[in-house]
Design a protein around this ligand. Structure first.
Ligand code: ADE
Length: 477
């Protein structure tokens, strides 16, 4: 991912990104941050970039010409890098207290871009006409006034960069993070056990992991309720719906449960007839109808979406209603298998299993044909793919999909019937369990070898089928 920062103080940006994680990511080629000096583009012979505002008033304004030419030069550079003439334009974000307030969801959205241009204002602002010409987004980092946009740009770069796959090490990767549930952090303690007469809470010294987890959750809840009642209210709504879904059908609704637990989604509807949850991170809509009567009501809560929409319909009777409103271009009929026990599965010691890195992209693509190169790379960078090795050679692999289901299982022909699939799946089930998640997989109806494996490992399989569809609004078709 590439950031370009248009500024009058390039050294502020350069210094800000040299150190720590951002610096390392830059050296690894995962990120680049280029500070572009607006002053280099002025046509004024004295290198002036500012002037008085028409109509009077305090201070000076940055003039339109240097800002415009600087931006064009950056856009042209990006275009040339892509081979030229693409017509695609990178986002231009103007940092201003008048913009939309920056938040984690915005960072996640922006992390999907390949190139982002920031425009940092100074003095009393920038001539409105150039902003109208070039800016795509106005963003503020909070309700206070800084002397310029450089610090806000650095704040945004830091928050966005850590979400780019591979920037954080695998242990700290946002995707592999242990239980994030939208609550504030619980209090933490390190050595010594006693400091200024204050003791570390005794539960943390007990070695009882279950009790520790419980204590941490209670502390997080208490803090959130006290400090951020707004977040706490949302958390309770998610928790209530997650519990309701688990009561209805623990295996079938595990996807919705996980999305709510990890605070990856929004509840669009929660009522007697059913529920609609929008997984905003993975852009996936999940619909559950608790009974057939009145099921059409939940369709009123579909999001407005101008692109193709990935939808999981948990009931067959929702399909005709869906087809009335959408054009379906792909339909997969699946059953869901979930591992409902807490005990880890045994993994054969004879097969070495380890996490795969980006260097395995080609090998995986040669054996697995249902995912694009970009998708597989993203999964590898996020530490979500594992390989089985026999005498040093890869014999097969497995992974977790972006929304959390286990899949992409392949064992090469010559290594089959040796228990490798079993070991790979047991291994990945154990890693999911250790993160407090419910391991599950979606299996296309008819894939008997996979159903056999799930049964053998003790996973519960839904009686009902559910539907994965790709839908387009009829008005877009
Ligand atoms: N420029 C000055 N203050 C700012 C703020 N709070 N957010 C973004 N840009 C700014």
């Amino acid at each position: 991912m590439n950031f370009y920062v248009m500024t009058l103080f390039p050294e502020m940006i350069e210094k800000g990104v040299q150190s720590s994680i951002l610096g390392r990511a830059g050296q690894n080629g995962l990120l680049s941050v280029e500070a572009v000096n607006i002053r280099d583009y002025t046509e004024d012979k004295h290198k002036k970039v500012d002037d008085y505002p028409y109509g009077g008033g305090a201070g000076m304004l940055m003039q339109a010409q240097p800002v415009y030419d600087c931006c064009r030069a950056v856009q042209e550079k990006i275009d040339a890098k892509k081979g030229g003439g693409t017509g695609e334009k990178a986002k231009v974000i103007y940092l201003t207290p008048q913009g939309k307030t920056f938040h984690q969801g915005m960072a996640k959205e922006l992390a999907k871009e390949e190139d982002i241009i920031f425009l940092c204002g100074h003095y009393e602002g920038i001539d409105e006409r150039v902003l109208e010409e070039i800016v795509t987004d106005y963003v503020s980092i909070g309700d206070y006034i800084l002397t310029g946009g450089e610090l806000p740009a650095l704040v945004m770069i830091d928050a966005i960069a850590r979400l780019v796959p591979g920037v954080l090490s695998n242990e700290t990767s946002a995707d592999v993070e242990t239980f994030y549930n939208g609550l504030l952090e619980y209090p933490q303690y390190s050595r010594p056990e006693k400091w200024k007469g204050k003791n570390v809470p005794s539960v943390l010294l007990s070695g009882d992991h279950k009790k520790i987890e419980q204590w941490r959750l209670e502390q997080s809840e208490k803090r959130t309720e006290e400090c951020r009642p707004d977040l706490y209210k949302k958390y309770l709504c998610r928790k209530n719906l997650a519990e309701k879904l688990m009561k209805e059908n623990k295996v079938l609704y595990v996807d919705m449960w996980e999305c709510l637990q990890l605070d990856k989604g929004e509840i669009l509807y929660d009522g007697e007839e059913g529920a609609v949850v929008w997984n905003r991170e993975d852009e996936l809509l999940m619909m559950a109808a608790f009974r057939e009567e009145g099921a059409e009501k939940i369709f009123q809560y579909m999001p407005e979406y101008e692109k193709e929409l990935q939808v999981i319909l948990h009931q067959e009777f929702l399909m005709p209603l869906m087809e009335e409103k959408y054009r379906l271009t792909e339909i997969k009929i699946c059953k869901r298998a979930a591992y409902n026990r807490k005990t880890p599965l045994p993994v054969s010691k004879e097969i070495e299993i380890r996490q795969l890195d980006i260097s395995y992209t080609e090998e995986i693509l040669a054996h697995y044909h249902l995912g694009s190169e970009e998708y597989i790379k993203e999964r590898l960078l996020n530490g979500c793919m594992f390989g089985a090795f026999v005498e040093g050679k890869m014999a097969g692999f497995i992974g977790t999909h972006i929304e959390g289901s286990i899949g992409m299982l392949e064992v090469y022909e010559e290594y089959r019937r040796r228990g490798i699939a079993e070991s790979l799946e047991s291994y990945i089930i154990n890693t999911r369990l250790s993160k407090g998640l419910l391991p599950y997989g979606d299996i296309i109806v008819g894939n008997e070898p996979s159903f056999g494996l799930q049964r053998k490992l003790g996973l519960k399989i839904t009686k009902e089928n559910f539907y994965w569809v790709v839908a387009f609004s009829l008005h877009l078709w």
